[in-house]
Ligand binder design. Structure first.
Ligand code: ACO
Ligand code: KIV
Length: 547
């Protein structure tokens, strides 16, 4: 890299727009969506999709709720042409869905495009040509007039060919490709020239689509460019203003959102941001950004993993595990403090109250994710996450002190193994540490009598493998047991609950014992009988302190 990059790269010059309105606005409704997965997305694949894959993808897009789908560049290849024919001929396009196809401003390509659309009830014909200086000079070898005339010639041919196919309800779209790199007044001149030819009306609007073909600037600058056009375009009430951001600087989603504030009404992009180079704007992220602000996006991602799987299988590229809303890890907390906050938030959550769970901008359940994956345990995790998993999967409600004590065991395991501890491993570790049933004292049977406030307990135990009978009394069966055992211990905590998850039945009991020398341990036991579980838990605690 250069010590002085300014020798090679020039900063993008922002457009002065002191009267800008967009920073004061808020998004309140969803835009029109155009999926260009099958065109801009497909043209950027190492191996473009075959027709069968494209057809399945088309139906997946319909199921997500897309109503405008750019399906091909029909003049580019026989495959693209045939795909459009198949969609039309075999009746794949529902009545409320419009196909869009793209063409360069070249007479043979436009003619072929119209041929592909024969018999379509509705269609959007999308004309584009690059207008920015580098393209004018290097690609077309033309001045501004030449480039404007290129657009005008294409628009005229499209108008005339559409008139010759009156059975189709046509809508026209013009993209001044490389808009964001072009001089705004020239972009305006070309767009106005095209709309002068197409003569849209408020009832039959044409689409002006302003692409950031290459993302050149910060999103606020793109928003200024959009607002500048929005407030100056001739026939504005007869236009649908659309944006088509790419993601070269990693800001396409922000650019699209600010562009919507700046007057755009429609967004073109792809699922998961596929497309040329760094991709098109990710429509799924945009839609779920709206959703998580309480705005119905008009797209349905209730089963986000199915959509992701479909896209991955179709295009042969993976979705990143940290991809917003859809990545494998995006609802998952490994770190202790995040887990603690999520667990508390989930516990306090009221079903009808606004979503307010810390660290989770969206309820994973809304996109078909379960809560199990929300918390995963590794060496960065704390007691909160560990107990959440034991609670969710095995129905254990560990007392706080036991959570702390057990988390040390888990930490030891994860540090040593370098591995994640899933719910099954945690349960195994818990059983191994607390429910192994070994130790000096073993329970055999007991009998209990009540004399006023005093409980009399007769115990048949095993001590070091030998039968041991003893008795004691106290204000509770557990106190009576400690007396019977004649150990210098106190019960400092006692909790329990029925079991019913993870294949267990009966009750589980947790008892914290404190030795007179200050040492503490938890005894845990499960049994079909609550009383027996408590007595066994005391013995387990005694065994722990004996170790
Ligand atoms: C930003 C975007 O995503 S735009 C969409 C881009 N998508 C694609 O290009 C995928 C499909 N494209 C193709 O398959 C091919 O490019 C075809 C079939 C359309 C055309 O192929 P060819 O004519 O053989 O070659 P090629 O694409 O290199 O043509 C470039 C020519 O088109 C001209 N051209 C490029 N864009 C346009 C345009 N929008 N309008 C008119 N002419 C254009 C170039 O100036 C160049 O002209 P030249 O040959 O006189 O120098
Ligand atoms: C043709 C236009 C819309 C395009 O794909 C782009 O600029 O990226």
């Amino acid at each position: 890299m250069l010590a002085n990059p300014a020798r090679k790269y020039t900063a993008f010059r922002p457009l002065p727009l002191p009267e800008r309105q967009w920073p004061q606005r808020q998004l309140r409704h969803a835009p029109q969506w155009l999926s260009t997965d099958l065109r801009d997305g497909n043209q950027a694949l190492p191996r473009p999709m075959d027709s069968a894959t494209k057809l399945r993808y088309f139906h997946m897009l319909l199921a997500c709720g897309f109503r405008q789908i750019e399906v091909a560049f029909p003049a580019a290849s026989q495959t693209d042409f045939d795909f459009v024919r198949t969609l039309i001929r075999d009746g794949h396009v529902p009545d409320d869905v419009t196909l869009q196809v793209i063409t360069q401003s070249r007479p043979d390509l436009i003619a072929r495009t119209f041929e592909s659309l024969q018999g379509a009830p509705r269609a959007i014909v999308h004309l584009y040509n690059a207008i920015a200086p580098a393209w004018r000079e290097q690609v077309f070898g033309m001045g501004r007039d030449g480039v404007r005339q290129l657009a005008e010639r294409g628009a005229t041919q499209i108008r005339d060919m559409a008139q010759a196919q009156p059975d189709t309800a046509w809508q026209f779209q013009y993209s001044p490709e490389t808009f964001s790199a072009a001089e705004p007044e020239f972009a305006l001149e070309v767009c106005d020239a095209v709309s002068a030819i197409w003569q849209p009306t408020p009832d039959a609007r044409m689409i002006i689509n302003l692409p950031a073909t290459v993302e050149m600037s910060t999103p606020n600058t793109y928003a200024d460019q959009i607002e500048w056009m929005h407030t100056r375009l001739t026939r504005r009430d007869s236009l649908i203003l659309s944006v088509h951001p790419h993601n070269d600087r990693g800001c396409a989603v922000a650019a699209a959102e600010l562009a919507l504030l700046a007057g755009a009404e429609r967004v073109e992009g792809c699922l998961f941001g596929h497309g040329e180079r760094t991709g098109n704007v990710d429509l799924l992220t945009l839609a779920l950004n709206l959703y998580s602000q309480g705005i119905a996006p008009g797209l349905d991602f209730s089963d986000i993993d199915a959509v992701r799987q479909h896209v991955e299988d179709s295009i042969g590229l993976p979705v990143h595990p940290r991809h917003p809303y859809a990545g494998d890890l995006v609802y998952t907390a490994f770190s202790g403090s995040h887990q603690d906050a999520i667990r508390k938030g989930m516990a306090l959550r009221q079903p009808d109250a606004p979503w307010n769970v810390p660290y989770l901008p969206l309820d994973p359940a809304d996109v078909g994710r379960n809560y199990e994956a929300v918390i995963r345990v590794n060496s960065q995790s704390g007691k909160g996450g560990i107990s959440w998993l034991l609670e969710q999967v095995h129905g254990l409600h560990l007392p706080r002190g036991l959570q702390q004590a057990f988390s040390h065991q888990v930490q030891h395991y994860t540090d040593r193994s370098g591995q994640e501890a899933d719910a099954a491993t945690l349960w195994q570790l818990f059983r191994q540490h607390y429910l192994h049933g070994q130790g000096r004292w073993q329970y055999r049977s007991h009998q209990q009598q009540q004399h006023g406030t005093q409980t009399m307990l007769q115990l048949v135990l095993e001590r070091d493998g030998q039968a041991h009978v003893c008795s004691g009394s106290g204000e509770s069966p557990l106190a009576a047991m400690l007396q019977a055992l004649a150990v210098p211990l106190e019960i400092t905590e006692h909790a329990g609950h029925p079991l019913g998850q993870g294949g267990s039945t009966g009750s589980i009991c947790y008892v914290q014992l404190t030795h007179h020398d200050g040492r503490q341990a938890y005894g845990v036991a499960e049994d079909s009988d609550t009383q027996r579980a408590a007595l066994k838990a005391v013995l387990a605690g005694v065994n722990m302190l004996a170790n």
